[in-house]
Design a protein around this ligand. Sequence first.
Ligand code: MLT
Length: 263
Amino acid sequence: MRIDISNAQINVEVKGRGQPVLLVHGFPFDHRMWSHQFAELGQRVQVIAPDLRGYGTSSALREPTSIARFAEELMEVLDRLPVESPADLCGLSMGGYIALQLVHRWPDRFRRLVLCHTRSAADSVETARGRRLAIEQIRRRGPADFLAAMAEKLIAPSTASNSPEKRAEMMQWLAEASPESLVHTLDALATRPDATPWLGSLPLPVLVVAGNEDGITPAAEMREMAEKIPQARFIALPDCGHLSPLERPGEFNAQVLQFLTSD
Ligand code: MLT
């Protein structure tokens, strides 16, 4: 379904009925990142999986944006959908940065939060510098080298060797990312605020999902983040890199459903 928001159309995949859960994809993917969740989660809850602006079939991203702006756009989407409030929320990596913005700014609109492979901290000086170099590289030579380097870090080596079809699926998603969206989003990532001061006052139950082989958001760092959240439960999935919904869908779906449907 397509939802009109200010100056853009957002593509949203909606599956199932019941308690709504907004799934926010990571960078530089789109709603298909949750392909292995739709059927299973959709049997128990209502899955709402948008393409962020600039991704999938949502409107193009032609100007600078921010993590806060992505959050505002998702809030507009939620306001226009006929769904119950408060909704549940699940964000992966960049989707987690956006989810933290959403619960910080609109705490009454969310009931439970799942944070996957993400962090509350802003970019270090070094990471932000790396993003600026990547922007230059994409502008000069196109996105192929940047995406190839990113692909190496996203899934665990065991996933890549045992499940080549999952790697192929991920490569297909990466190949479809628009260079313009990559550039604007890299800038948004580099300039996002530190959400760590918000953790201690998060007013809702939070499930923190890490992967034991995640080299982008290491499990130890995610455990430390979980320890700062009053109502958090931390899990680390074995043989899993940065993309548990793709790499370990069985465990991921079971853990998320248990968390969302328990009293
Ligand atoms: C993501 O998966 O969304 C990215 O790794 C986020 C980031 O680069 O900070």
